[in-house]
Design a binder for this molecule. Structure first.
Ligand code: CA
Length: 223
């Protein structure tokens, strides 16, 4: 797990860094918002600890920029004591949680674990490839923000594609996973259902690989 600390007060940054390293986290520290933003958007970053009072870009501006690029990245904000309206503002601006200075390391660590747990639960219940999202609990499907209604078989087929993005799946593999063993091997049911999905999602979303099967292609982001 990799944490980025964006904090200009070296003493506080070092205090957090020391504690996190002892817990086995990878840690990177940035002393201003620009550098912090650059680290936060790296794919390997799992969580950000962001101080609100920074030189240059404010913590709030950094948060907005992070949200625009990585809407699901957990961000915990450090705020000064008694700045109630600050806390409301940052939660509205998309922070997941906040810790009020001065804080104990145990308190911060508990919040970090809670945020990472929440993220893992979310990602286990959701599959997404670029603009295409499947919620496995609600069976909700969204393509570039637009809601799509699928039958349960179409959903199962799309789910199978999303579990293997970019991989070619043969008719037999798709039959086994979506229809089970009880099917007629000569059936064209896969072709028919791929046709249904293309009609609802756009032709380009599922590619035919001649003689091999089908492959999910990341849909282009919508307007
Ligand atoms: Ca500061």
């Amino acid at each position: 797990m990799n944490v980025v600390i964006i904090e200009d007060e070296a003493r506080i940054a070092a205090f957090i860094e020391r504690g996190l390293r002892a817990e086995g986290f990878g840690v990177q520290v940035a002393a201003d918002g620009e550098a912090g933003f650059a680290l936060a958007v790296l794919a390997e970053t799992d969580l950000v600890i962001l101080d609100l009072m920074l030189p240059g870009l404010s913590g709030e501006q950094v948060l907005q920029r992070i949200r625009a690029r990585r809407p699901d990245l957990p961000v915990i904000v450090l705020t000064a004591r008694d700045a109630v309206e600050d806390r409301v503002r940052v939660l509205n601006a998309g922070a997941d949680d906040y810790v009020t200075k001065p804080f104990s390391f145990a308190e911060l660590l508990a919040r970090i674990h809670a945020r990472l747990r929440a993220r893992d639960q979310r990602s286990a219940a959701e599959l997404s490839v670029d603009g295409l999202h499947l919620d496995l609990r609600t069976r909700n499907v969204r393509l570039a923000g637009r809601e799509i209604t699928l039958t349960s078989r179409e959903f199962a087929l799309l789910e199978t594609f999303l579990r293997h993005p970019g991989q070619v799946l043969s008719q037999v593999q798709l039959m086994d996973r979506v229809w089970g063993y009880d099917y007629d091997p000569g059936s064209n049911v896969v072709e028919v259902y791929v046709g249904y999905l293309r009609r609802k999602l756009g032709r380009e979303v599922i590619e035919t690989v001649r003689g091999a099967g089908y492959r999910l292609r990341a849909p282009a982001p919508g307007p």
